[in-house]
Design a protein around this ligand. Structure first.
Ligand code: SIN
Length: 477
């Protein structure tokens, strides 16, 4: 693919100057794959003004009309699956098969929320006197600003943009500097679909330029963010200034528990599915493994067989399962977690090393056993292809260790017993639970975290409620 030189999109215009340009790097080999202009404070303000001006007309469309636009963008994504997936692999590094899957996953949010646009129901409540009625209606919150991550360059935008547009909100997004070429493609599809100018805007600007400008704006009524708990904490404080509505999907530290009555094949498949998507760089990736002593050795043997089959390399090549880590910093974090565990007595069953190769940073999928609770990998999100396994004796011990964290995004467990499983899921403090299943994400499900993993839900019917205000009318007859 030729080098992509793209511009930002504000009020229906493609904007940006040569002197603002920065380079976008392929994490597989360090090559420059394109350029984008870095947005300024002035650009962010223009985007806010454009979204504010476009709001009344967009809000006043019928649900059917807004849904129609979303369905057209869905169709364009499907028609251009290969092009979009290739761009994603080039700038994110994930294998082509995963990029294609992400195109489908990302597009599914437009399809789902096109349906939800048509289901923004109100209600009538009995009044307090014979001549009194109460009606409840839902209306869009207004202008929405979104800050999105590099690990799912398309899906983390559509999961926000889909419900926002469906609800009647207008939208500006700041994607990360690592993956703006995928997001700008989405904006091109929005333009091709005929979405009116100002309704969607795209600015890649330095993080603090964007967040400070949003903080000061009274026109932006909602901030939605996917990223770290540390940044989420700062954005929440900033949002307090003008009491902005917020939805945050933040860090995870997902436990995966295997009980001794688990179906071994389901447990191994679930562990593989929940761990290795995007080389382990997902917020819902299983991060720490608690395996009951009765099944521990069999589980280690079977998952080792599967991990040994994984092929590491440039995601554009055929048959690759694990691509590069996003950058040197991401690589060093994985290395630190493995080295710390080994220094403290963990055993490397497979993998345990990585390095720079052809300009990219790759880490071998790794399994550690004899892991203890004081190791960094059991306390922090690794965001890499590491499976640290700790033996447990009972359900209570598994649940206690699983909940012993400030995070609460996703948790997984494996048991064939409905009684045991029901008690476990009821006791786990997680917004997303995989029971005998390692791939819980779906547009129709209310994705989100408890505790310091976030606030609000994305997807499902709950996903559109995040973009709606509730208003009631006290009607005297
Ligand atoms: C994430 O890593 O934040 C999202 C993963 C998903 O939607 O499946």
């Amino acid at each position: 693919m030729d080098k992509l030189d793209k511009l930002n999109y504000i009020n229906g215009e493609w904007v940006g100057k040569d002197e603002q340009k920065f380079e976008i790097i392929n994490p597989a080999n360090g090559e420059v794959i394109g350029t984008m202009p870095e947005g300024t404070e002035d650009d962010v303000n223009k985007a806010i003004d454009a979204a504010h001006k476009a709001l009344p007309a967009w809000r006043d469309l019928t649900a059917e009309e807004r849904a129609g636009y979303l369905e057209t963008v869905y169709d364009l994504m499907m028609e251009n699956e290969d092009e979009l997936a290739t761009i994603m692999t080039l700038e994110n590094g994930k294998p082509m098969k995963e990029s294609r899957a992400e195109v489908h996953y990302a597009a599914s949010f437009f399809k789902w929320f096109a349906g939800e646009a048509r289901r923004i129901y109100g209600k009538t409540i009995p009044g307090k006197a014979k001549n009194h009625r109460i009606q409840v209606v839902h209306q869009p919150v207004g202008v929405v600003a979104a800050i999105t991550p590099w690990n799912f360059p398309a899906a983390m935008i559509t999961r926000k943009m889909g419900p926002a547009l469906a609800a009647g909100c207008t939208f500006l997004v700041k994607p990360p500097k690592e993956t703006p070429l995928t997001s700008i493609k989405l904006i091109e599809y929005c333009e091709q679909a005929g979405i009116p100018k100002g309704v969607v805007n795209h600015i890649v600007s330095p993080d603090e330029v964007f967040s400070n400008t949003i903080k000061d704006s009274t026109k932006v009524r909602k901030l939605t963010f996917t990223g770290s708990t540390e940044v989420g904490t700062l954005l929440m404080k900033q949002s307090a200034e003008h009491i902005k509505n917020v939805s945050f999907e933040l860090g995870g530290q997902a436990p995966l528990i295997v009980m001794d009555d688990a179906d071994l094949e389901k447990a191994v498949q679930g562990a593989m599915d929940s761990k290795f998507r995007n080389a382990g760089q997902t917020c819902i990736a299983s991060n720490r493994y608690y395996v009951q002593s009765g099944i521990h050795d069999q589980f280690v043997d079977r998952i080792t067989d599967e991990v040994k089959k994984l092929k590491v390399g440039n995601g554009l090549e055929e048959g690759i399962d694990i691509g590069p880590l996003i950058n040197k910093e991401g690589y060093e974090k994985v290395e630190k977690h493995v080295d710390d565990a080994v220094d403290k007595g963990a055993k490397v069953v497979v993998g345990g090393k990585g390095g720079e190769r052809d300009g990219g940073y790759y880490y071998e999928p790794t399994i550690l056993t004899d892991v203890t609770d004081d190791m960094i990998c059991m306390n922090q999100e690794t965001f890499g292809p590491l499976i640290p396994i700790r033996k447990i004796e009972s359900d209570e011990e598994g649940v206690r260790l699983a909940n012993d964290t400030r995070y609460g995004l996703a948790g997984y467990f494996f048991t064939e017993s409905v009684t045991r499983g029901t008690k476990i899921y009821e006791a786990m403090d997680y917004g997303i639970i995989g029971w005998n299943h390692g791939a819980p994400s779906a547009a129709q499900a209310p994705f989100g975290g408890m505790k310091e993993s976030g606030i609000g839900r994305e997807g499902g019917h709950e996903g559109i409620e995040e973009y709606l205000e509730t208003k009631y009318i006290s009607l005297g007859l």
